[in-house]
Ligand binder design. Structure first.
Ligand code: SF4
Length: 499
């Protein structure tokens, strides 16, 4: 008899995405990478959205027992079910045949049937949510509950703060959940239980499931032995897993007559074959000659809230709260560094404060605004223009003057060290290894966003605020400094003199 393992709703869904992830999460959970600050922020926001959803069910009762008190949680749930004065149960807990599930919201109907509400902090129902609710339906019906409807309660994409009565939207997943219960759940559960009873970890190839629908917590572990230069570095290739496992382990081994490569992938192939960077000097020169003084090397940091607090904002709408700019007024002038970071003690609307700071910056006149991955900066400026009409004109004008440094690496320059990525952190070490982010306390955009989010919401301890501000300023400055250094290297390489 296989040992009876206790599956949970989330483990079941994990196992559908990747059996190895399920196996590891049960038998070797220590191999998981702990959530980083950005991921933890999303988890915390999910919890806050869940609590907000409970407010729609007045009189609902929370099952407070946590995962260490499951028997008591199941018992408390049954007590609530028996009490007809209770209209809804939050975190209702059920176990059937070794499968545990906690229902976010279980609503009692007048005919003694129940509606399941799974709460998500997304703006739409996604395919994977169907499995999430199907396993709940399976458990509850096996526990003898009459379930009438199954809903996904998610954020209404049209919600605008402060129309709180329009914050949530319910998507009816009853049919999808019933279909899965009928056709899939039993057989998937049997397979998962059998898998967990095996002594050997399943041999699962790396694949798109490692990063989709979310980055797997075991990715660092599973990918640690992938060699540099492997075909898994092929840029934006849907076939890279097949190529890697079934044809060519390394990019330099690929036969382009057998595998159709994009222009970018072809540069990757040439670079690995010749063991040197592939550079289109003429293409880079042509782009560099478009630059006009003053040159603004600019980078924004933003925050985005599931539950926004500023009137007129949507959920997850980007709010720029920090920028860094290295500025060259003319070829002869010294490079200036100018920066902005929201003052959380100010009573000013942060959107207006940021727009004002940019208005001051752009008073030097428009030349070229150099960004790395310009669609982000342009999007942020356009959204800010929508929100702050008094500065709309100058903000809209600014977006006409962008020049994207990333494009050089997408079209005209590839070095093997980039490992199939054009991000600034992949490009920078090749040009300026001394300028890495490793010496900084904040080393990536996700950590910066998590810190800014807490700072803006007043959740940072008062004695930490100054130190954190300093760290954030250093991080954002490094981004624009890196852009400046990369551009200087490209100018040297192409012998272009800007005038
Ligand atoms: S990293 Fe990929 S292969 Fe490894 S457990 Fe996660 S999804 Fe499965």
């Amino acid at each position: 008899m296989p040992k009876a393992y206790q599956l949970t709703k989330s483990k079941y869904c994990k196992g559908l995405n990747c059996p190895k992830a399920l196996y590891l999460s049960v038998h070797q959970s220590n191999l998981a990478t702990p959530p980083g600050p950005a991921q933890q922020l999303r988890f915390d926001e999910g919890t806050e959205v869940g609590i907000l959803a409970q407010k729609e069910f007045v009189g609902g009762v929370l099952i407070e027992e946590d995962h260490t008190q499951l028997a008591q949680a199941v018992e408390a749930t049954q007590t609530c079910i028996g009490d007809k004065s209770i209209p809804a149960i939050f975190e209702a807990t059920f176990i059937h045949d070794g499968v545990l599930c906690r229902v976010d919201i279980l609503k009692r109907n007048p005919d003694d049937s129940w509606d399941i509400y799974e709460v998500k902090s997304t703006k739409e129902a996604k395919e994977e949510h169907e499995d999430d609710v199907a396993i709940q339906l399976w458990v509850l019906e096996h526990c003898g509950l009459k379930v009438r409807n199954v809903f996904l309660k998610h954020i209404n994409p049209e919600f605008i703060c402060p129309n709180w009565n329009e914050y949530f939207m319910d998507t009816d997943l009853t049919d999808a959940a019933r279909f899965k219960v009928l056709k899939e759940v039993d057989s998937f559960l049997s397979k998962q239980k059998l898998l967990l009873s095996q002594a050997e970890m399943p041999d699962v190839h790396l694949g798109s499931q490692c990063g989709n629908p979310y980055v797997c917590e075991f990715k660092d572990y599973c990918w640690k032995d992938v060699p540099a230069g492997s075909s898994l570095e092929l840029y934006r290739s849907k076939k890279k897993y097949d190529i890697y496992y079934n044809q060519y382990e390394f990019i330099h081994e690929i036969d382009p007559k057998q595998i159709k490569l994009t222009e970018f992938q072809n540069r990757q192939w040439l670079a690995s074959k010749q063991d040197e960077p592939i550079v289109n000097l003429e293409g880079i020169r042509k782009e560099l000659l478009k630059l006009q003084f003053p040159l603004y090397f600019i980078d924004f940091e933003t925050v985005a809230f599931a539950i926004p607090f500023l009137d007129g904002m949507k959920s997850y709408q980007r709010l720029p709260v920090q920028w860094s700019c290295h500025l060259m007024i003319s070829p002869e002038s010294e490079v200036e560094h100018i920066e902005y970071l929201v003052d959380v003690d100010s009573s000013d609307d942060p959107r207006v404060a940021c727009a004002k700071s940019l208005d001051r910056l752009f008073q030097r006149g428009f030349g070229t605004l150099i960004a790395y991955h310009q669609s982000f900066e342009i999007g942020v400026l356009n959204e800010l223009a929508d929100q702050v009409p008094e500065f709309e004109e100058i903000l809209r004008e600014s977006v006409k003057n962008f020049w994207d440094l990333e494009q050089i690496f997408q079209k005209s320059y590839y070095h093997q060290d980039m490992a199939g990525s054009c991000s600034i952190k992949s490009v920078l070490p090749h040009f300026a290894p001394e300028l890495s982010y490793k010496d900084l306390e904040v080393q990536d955009g996700g950590s910066a966003e998590a810190t800014l989010n807490k700072m803006v919401r007043g959740l940072l301890p008062a004695d930490e605020v100054q130190a954190r501000r300093h760290q954030l300023l250093k991080y954002c400055k490094r981004d624009t400094e890196a852009m400046l250094v990369i551009l200087e290297n490209l100018l040297d390489l192409t012998k272009v003199k800007l005038s």
